[in-house]
Design a protein around this ligand. Sequence first.
Ligand code: ATP
Ligand SMILES: Cc1cn([C@H]2C[C@H](O)[C@@H](COP(=O)(O)O)O2)c(=O)[nH]c1=O
Length: 214
Amino acid sequence: MNKGTFITFEGPEGAGKTTVIAEIYKRLESVGEAVLLTREPGGIRISEKIRAIILDNEHQEMDGRTEALLYAAARRQHLVEKVMPAIEAGKIVLCDRFVDSSLAYQGYARGLGMDEVMAINAFAIEDTMPDLTIFFAIHPEEGLKRIERNDDREQNRLDNETLQFHRDVYAGYEEVQRRFPDRIVQIDASAPLSEVTENVWKIISSQLISSGNS
Ligand SMILES: Nc1ncnc2c1ncn2[C@@H]1O[C@H](COP(=O)(O)OP(=O)(O)OP(=O)(O)O)[C@@H](O)[C@H]1O
Ligand SMILES: Cc1cn([C@H]2C[C@H](O)[C@@H](COP(=O)(O)O)O2)c(=O)[nH]c1=O
């Protein structure tokens, strides 16, 4: 059996990833594709527990390296328990965040260093990297406004970081893109939702055609 396709979605808070992925998932299913939709940190029991620890507003004392290691631990378990089996089974895996989040948030914005954060993640992911990553580019101010307006969303410890931290996350993503230009495609996430969805759909459709997974 052919291996599946691993697609990840990245960007700052409130960029629209979760909303758009849900629509892409529906479209892929409706054309008969075998698809797995999942997220990081989380996606499975152990990793959801780690997520709760990381994002708890009461855990203000969490050290930056502890944070980076917890994300990597959650990633490892999620990868071996859920993502890898789906890829091996030939599915299209749509994952809301992956290692690029650690590079931008912990490596760059926390100042731990991208190479250092990549090194601990290399232990967690071995050589599994996405086939395609879509970067939802939006100014952090705009993304944060969107999540403040959304009454259903509780603001977590990372959301509540300073505006400067979120600006650094954005700069971190720009650096990640410079490092992986062949894998990462940027879209304008400040456009109307329908436009963003169509752009993402076009990118994913052409990736699936070129990889023969369609
Ligand atoms: N293109 C858009 N224009 C306006 N509002 C949008 C757009 N895309 C998403 N939204 C709204 O912005 C809010 C955040 O969207 P969403 O939860 O999908 O973002 P996200 O990238 O998953 O955020 P986070 O990573 O912080 O969880 C939601 O209320 C959603 O309805
Ligand atoms: C995977 C990953 C995530 N983060 C941050 C990014 C967000 O602030 C939260 C996750 O919340 P979301 O609503 O699911 O987007 O965690 C991070 O800092 N490092 C990571 O590796």
